[in-house]
Every structure is written in structure tokens, then in C-alpha cells.
Design a protein around this ligand. Structure first.
Ligand SMILES: [Fe+2]
Ligand SMILES: [Fe+2]
Length: 412
């Protein structure tokens, strides 16, 4: 009898006409395509939209993938040691953390993210003095600190999103007023993140294909982050900050879809903007902010706690002030304000999703908003999510596949 050969093929490398050897399901377990079907180009597009990173096809020659090779035991040991240090504020016995820890070790080994243990203890003597204490909110109330204005395109988009009568044409009109936003959005919709077979060259077309809420959410997040693009390099590595933010946005969205929470685009924006308050701190107090980062690392203290000690409030509170001033939706404000303590949030589920996404992204080591350590899990909020840690492998895999497709926009 002739042996049937099967091969796992990355979705990006699939060709129409190949035969599916194993069924493909989305995060919610819905069947996308049954085994035995011939794969068409629209199937490939659907797989990409759902973040399916690879499928099993029949008839191809077996290929041994490098990813199957076991990682070097020395590397694994080094990464495990790194992780134990970075997770010093976390309960490693909690089942969710155990699973995140395991996946993070594998991920860091695969991406060569091992660091010499000495580097993690970043001891720099350049700030020998105690940072000067400031009361950020008081300074803001006295108008000594002025928060930036919301970009006009973001303000208009927010109005359009809030109005249920808004049409695809309305959204396209607002976006088209900003050529840079239009160019970036078209780059995203033409990326393999969405995987449309033909080129989309109009925002109105993108809106009809992807949906008004999704496009507005993307546009809102991008236009807000764009106002911070000129922060000097010495103050913060913006590329690393955006990587952290984008990964959190995508993971929040995938977690929301997995939980059947219907406002997935709201979660994407919340994840994207959750650490925005930190940019305000870096902009207004660049020297003090660097000083606080160094202090927190030297003392192995969580950065948001060090912020509270020296600035009277943390970046989550500053982010909330910004969301309030810009009149962004309450769910967004709540998720930004409480992403480190979601059990206090008025909108608990979305805040907990962002909290979990932030914890996972920090643990995986994708970019950084300044924090080096993995922050502790809010166990009360976690209980309310009713999520099984066994889903993490699949959810993180899907999010990372989507992240890879969108990462190019960070170079824009
Ligand atoms: Fe944060
Ligand atoms: Fe964060």
C-alpha cells in the first residue's frame, strides 16, 4: 500500500490546488475547511484572517523543519535562569503563570533571546542620587504640564465610531484627509495580515472588506501613536515601545476572539494604547524617567511602582487622564487605567484581557515600554475570565503569526 505523505506548510507558502490533509478550525473551534478539500485562494485568505499559521497538506514530500530540532540544553538553561529573574514578582506556582513561563522559555530559545545573567541586573552608577520627587497630577492641574491635543483625524474618527449611523464613506472621508494615515492603512490591509488576493488601493474599498469598526480602530490607534514618533532616541527606544504595544494590541484581540467577546477592535486599540501614559512621562520628564528606570532595575522593583514613588502616580493613571481629555470611550479609559490591577476596573473583562496580554508579551520579551520585569497576575480578575491556560499555546501562536505580518508597519 502506498504510504500517504503529509506535510505541515506555512499559510504564506500555500498554493491553490493543494489538498488539505487535516481539517482547519478557527480559535473558537469553528470548521474553516474540511480535510480532503482542494485549497483555493479564498481559503488561504480566510486562514490568514484567522491567524492560522500552518496547515497540513497531502502529497508533499516530508520536510524536516529546523523548528522541530530540540534547542541546545545550555541555551534552555540560560533562558530559564533569565526568566526566573524576570519573573521575581510573579507567583511561579500559579497554573496560568506556569504555562506562560513554559511557552516563554520555548519562544525565547527559538528567537535567541537569551541574555547573560549579568545584563539583567543593569547596574549603572550614572544616577547615584535619589530621583527628585514630583507630583505629576498636581503639576498638571497647575497647568505646568500640558497634555498633547488629540490629532484632529483621531478626534473625528472617534465621533464617527460613536455614531451608529456612520457609513463606510464617512470613515473613508475622514481617513483620506491624512495622507500618511491613508498610506499606512493601505500598507496594512495589503499585508499578509489580511491576505487579500488583489491590491486594495482605496480606503473605502478597505472599509467594505474589513469592516468599519476594524478600520476605524486601526486608524485611531495609529494616528494617536504617530504624535509621539519624534521622542528622542536617548529617552526611549520608540521601535521597542511600538513593538510591545502592537504585540499587546494583537494578543488582546486574539484573546477577546477566543473568549467570544465581541468588541475585538476595541481590545486591539486598548492593547495598542495601554502604556501611552509612559510616553507622556518620557516627554515631560526625560531625565527623571531614565533615572526611575535605572532605579527600578537596580532595586529589582517593578517600574510602575517606582513611578508611583517618584511621580506620585504611575503611567496607567497618566494614560487615563489622556483618554479622559480626549473623550475616548469609557471601556478604553478603564482598560488603560487598570491594566495593572484589572479587578478594580469598571469594565473588568476588557481590562483583564489587556492585563493578561501585557503580562504575556513582557514574558515573551517582545519589545519593551521600559519595564523589564513580568508584572504580577491579578488573580481575582484572572478567575473572572474563566480561561483555561491550555489555550495559551494556540492563542499565542496565532497572535505571533499576525504580529509577524504586521511588524513591517513599525518601519513606516
Ligand atoms: Fe503598563
Ligand atoms: Fe505594557
Amino acid at each position: 500500500m502506498k504510504e500517504q505523505i503529509m506535510e505541515s506548510v506555512q499559510t504564506d507558502k500555500l498554493k491553490p490546488g493543494q489538498i488539505l490533509a487535516e481539517e482547519v478550525r478557527d480559535v473558537n473551534g469553528r470548521l474553516l475547511l474540511a480535510r480532503g478539500n482542494e485549497i483555493q485562494s479564498n481559503h488561504i485568505r480566510i486562514f490568514k484572517i484567522w491567524g492560522i499559521s500552518e496547515v497540513i497538506v497531502a502529497g508533499a514530500r516530508h520536510r524536516k523543519d529546523n523548528l522541530d530540532a530540540p534547542p541546545d540544553p545550555e541555551l534552555v538553561e540560560q533562558v530559564r535562569e533569565n526568566m526566573k529573574f524576570l519573573c521575581r514578582h510573579v507567583d511561579l506556582e500559579h497554573p496560568a503563570i506556569k504555562q506562560i513561563f513554559k511557552i516563554s522559555v520555548q519562544f525565547r530559545c527559538r528567537h535567541n533571546l537569551a541574555e547573560p545573567q549579568g545584563n539583567l541586573h543593569v547596574i549603572k552608577a550614572e544616577f547615584p542620587h535619589e530621583p527628585q520627587k514630583i507630583n505629576f497630577l498636581e503639576e498638571m492641574n497647575k497647568k505646568k504640564i500640558i497634555l498633547p491635543e488629540i490629532p484632529s483625524v483621531a478626534f473625528e474618527l472617534n465621533e464617527v465610531i460613536a455614531n451608529p449611523m456612520s457609513s463606510a464613506e464617512h470613515i473613508a472621508q475622514v481617513v483620506n484627509r491624512s495622507p500618511s494615515l491613508t498610506a499606512l492603512l493601505l500598507k496594512i490591509v495589503n499585508s499578509s495580515f489580511y491576505g487579500f488576493p488583489s491590491k486594495i488601493d482605496k480606503i473605502s474599498h478597505a472599509v467594505t472588506l474589513i469592516g468599519t469598526r476594524e478600520i476605524s480602530g486601526l486608524a485611531l490607534g495609529i494616528s494617536i501613536l504617530s504624535i509621539f514618533k519624534n521622542i528622542p532616541k536617548e529617552t526611549i527606544d520608540m521601535y521597542s515601545f511600538l513593538k510591545h504595544s502592537l504585540a499587546c494590541g494583537i494578543l488582546s484581540r486574539v484573546l477577546a476572539a477566543h473568549l467570544n467577546y465581541n468588541q475585538t477592535e476595541q481590545l486591539f486599540v486598548s492593547g495598542l494604547l495601554h502604556d501611552l501614559g509612559r510616553l507622556i512621562l518620557y516627554l515631560n520628564f526625560p531625565i527623571e524617567s531614565r533615572n526611575i528606570i535605572t532605579r527600578s532595575r537596580n532595586d529589582a522593583k517593578l517600574l510602575y511602582k517606582a513611578e508611583k514613588d517618584y511621580l506620585g502616580c504611575d503611567h496607567a493613571k497618566v494614560g487615563q487622564q489622556l483618554m479622559k481629555q480626549w473623550k475616548l470611550p469609557m471601556i478604553l479609559e478603564s482598560s488603560v487605567r487598570y491594566h495593572h490591577k484589572p479587578s478594580d476596573a469598571p469594565y473588568l473583562i476588557p481590562a483583564t484581557i489587556v492585563h493578561l496580554a501585557d503580562l504575556i508579551v513582557n514574558s515573551l520579551g517582545i519589545g519593551s515600554s521600559g519595564e523589564k520585569f513580568v508584572s504580577p497576575l491579578d488573580e481575582d480578575a484572572w478567575e473572572k475570565l474563566e480561561l483555561s491556560p491550555s489555550c495559551f499555546e494556540k492563542v499565542i501562536g496565532q497572535a505571533m503569526h499576525q504580529f509577524k505580518a504586521l511588524e513591517t508597519i513599525l518601519h513606516a
